[in-house]
Ligand binder design. Structure first.
Ligand SMILES: Nc1ncnc2c1ncn2[C@@H]1O[C@H](COP(=O)(O)OP(=O)(O)OP(=O)(O)O)[C@@H](O)[C@H]1O
Ligand SMILES: [Mn+2]
Length: 569
């Protein structure tokens, strides 16, 4: 991931860099050479010198040496002071995100450096959404201290949340009126007949676009890939989804190979008949959470997050994530015996007599972070492979609300409270479905706690009026007791959402809870249970925060002045 490459841009260390640089270095060399001729021998014992050496020459040399020492000290001190001041300035700039490296938006969005600089929009919406709330559900950045990094004993019991005290009838009313053809121009809730994802004037599949039909002996995955459409990966009742999941979890594995690129280890798994899957290995038990001192970009990937996110994406009605299933592998026969090349050299037997390997990648691919079986059985997630680029090339987009991927620097959206105005006037966010897709993605990521949304991808053949793929959920479901409000920044700053997404959220809030749907859906997975219960409970809690955010947006548009006053007292 390119952002990570920028880590560690620390200022030069120590004064030596300046002391020996440029003209000082040349001067120093000249002086040293001169001194070497004249002074180097001066410390030699007196008796070694020719008795004829005139005393005045010795004293001149000593004076010169003294002068040079003083000069050298003065120079070192001034260089050190200059460097120290520079370091202070650089550090300050980084802390305030003023390093001048703006986050470009596909190289097209011009972000003006307005007076907003230094005033964090994030702090602003934290204030707005956390402290000002007096609704019965109380929107807040929920932070409950976890019992420990892992659960202390046994699996917590599934909990059904108490019926909601606030049913968000004001938001239900907006949906109701929109279905009757009213509130067509609502600024926050985009009605179905204005939403290209609902209208779908055209919705061709990859097969139709490429004029391809699956052959008689085509695999389920091949059929699935040809049925991927302009507006979704698969239809609501698509039977091929379960068929693909079953294939990936049961067919023999005939080849494994490390996937190039990315930061953490992944394998491309081959099954008979050309079927492929992307494998992410299990590293920890379900209840191990993100280490408190880990940034989002140094967190480990969790295989179960990929499985859970696929189910969640489907339940929310997005259908933008490829099917993912869990499976337990025999590392000897299903990886080691069917792979070749450098990865083989990374296999070893651990002191606990478990079979381990670490592969080669830029993060966590070393003996200290090896992936170990028990003793050689290894669980992992298998994501159905996307169509090859020969069949359907993808376009990679930089996410406008991408984080800085730097331990001190901030992204533009964190500094500019009107950042959305810049985005929404820039193609492809200025028309069609794209901006609404990003809002859905923010909802999806906030629910799962995924802060690692640096890029997103679309299928090129469908142009800009197509859905955004939900790829790479490996860093989701890391903190069950913390709700990361900054993930909602796109929604909080743009205040716009699809009617259909709001309808689904309200349906779960006022009806059967989302946690229950997800728990049920994931039961069919071979490595169920997929999620630690506190992560499921977090989903129901986070829905309330999203609904609160939408309510605040609506209130603000209904009464901008009032809201403004209320927001910032
Ligand atoms: N199901 C899939 N089929 C084919 N290719 C995929 C699939 N999922 C992801 N990819 C490709 O592999 C790349 C890396 O995958 P992924 O993002 O999950 O790994 P990662 O190690 O988390 O990467 P990063 O460190 O960049 O976040 C993706 O950008 C995507 O192009
Ligand atoms: Mn990733």
């Amino acid at each position: 991931m390119d952002g990570i490459g920028r880590l560690g841009h620390d200022p030069p260390r120590g004064p030596s860099a300046v002391w020996l640089s440029g003209q000082w270095r040349a001067r120093w060399r000249r002086r040293w050479r001169g001194c070497a001729r004249d002074c180097k021998r001066s410390p030699s014992p007196e008796h070694a010198r020719a008795p004829s050496t005139p005393p005045p020459r010795r004293s001149t040399a000593r004076t010169m040496l003294n002068m040079k020492l003083k000069e050298r000290l003065a120079l070192a001190l001034s260089a050190f002071l200059v460097l120290f001041t520079l370091m202070l300035i650089v550090d300050l700039q980084m802390d305030y995100g003023m390093s001048g490296h703006r986050v470009p938006l596909h190289g097209r969005v011009k972000v003006s450096d307005d007076e907003d600089k230094g005033r964090s929009a994030y702090i602003e919406f934290r204030k707005r959404f956390l402290q000002k709330s007096n609704g019965s559900n109380g929107s807040r950045e929920y932070e409950q201290s976890a019992p420990s990094e892992t659960s202390s004993g046994g699996e917590p019991e599934p909990r059904t949340p108490a019926p909601p005290s606030d049913k968000y009838e004001d938001l239900e009313e907006i949906l109701h009126e929109q279905l009757q053809g009213k509130l067509e121009d609502h600024q926050v809730v985009v009605p179905p007949h204005r939403d290209l994802n609902v209208l779908r004037p055209e919705n061709p599949t990859i097969g139709e676009m490429e004029d391809l039909e699956p052959s008689i002996n085509a695999s389920n995955l091949e059929k699935f890939q040809l049925r991927i459409a302009q507006h979704e990966l698969y239809e609501e009742e698509e039977v091929l989804v379960d068929a693909v999941l079953k294939d990936m979890s049961s067919l023999p594995i005939i080849h494994a190979e490390q996937k190039e690129g990315g930061t953490q280890l992944k394998l491309i798994i081959d099954y008979p008949n050309g079927i492929q899957a992307l494998f992410k290995p299990m590293r920890f038990a379900r209840d191990v959470q993100t280490l408190p001192n880990h940034f989002y970009f140094s967190d480990y990937e969790r295989h179960n997050a990929e499985i859970a996110a696929f189910h969640l994406d489907r339940i929310l009605g997005f259908r933008r994530a490829m099917p993912v299933v869990g499976r337990v592998l025999n590392m000897t026969t299903e990886i080691y015996d069917v792979t070749e090349g450098d990865i083989l050299k990374t296999f070893f037997v651990s002191p606990a007599n478990n079979f381990c390997f670490h592969g080669k990648c830029s993060y966590y691919c070393d003996t200290g972070h090896a992936i170990c079986g028990n003793p050689d059985m290894l669980e992992g997630s298998f994501a159905a492979f996307l169509p090859s680029s020969d069949l359907a090339e993808r376009k990679v987009w930089r996410h406008p609300w991408r984080r800085s991927y730097h331990k001190r620097r901030k992204a533009q959206w964190e500094l500019q409270s009107d950042y959305c105005d810049t985005v929404r006037t820039t193609a492809p966010y200025d028309s069609g479905r794209r901006l609404l897709d990003l809002m859905d993605m923010a909802v999806f990521d906030f629910l799962t706690g995924n802060m690692d949304r640096h890029h997103y991808e679309t299928f090129k053949m469908f142009g800009n009026e197509t859905f955004t793929l939900h790829l790479d959920q490996g860093r989701a479901f890391g903190k069950a007791f913390h709700d990361e409000l900054s993930i909602l920044a796109p929604l909080l700053q743009c205040c716009v959402l699809r009617h259909t997404t709001l309808r689904n959220l309200l349906k779960f809030h006022n009806g059967i809870p989302l946690s229950k749907y997800l728990r049920e859906s994931m039961k069919i997975d071979p490595v169920a249970p997929i999620l630690w219960e506190p992560h499921l409970a977090a989903l129901d809690r986070r829905i309330v925060t999203i609904l609160d955010a939408i309510r605040k947006c609506v209130d603000k548009t209904n009464n901008p002045l009032q809201a403004e006053v209320n927001d910032f007292v």
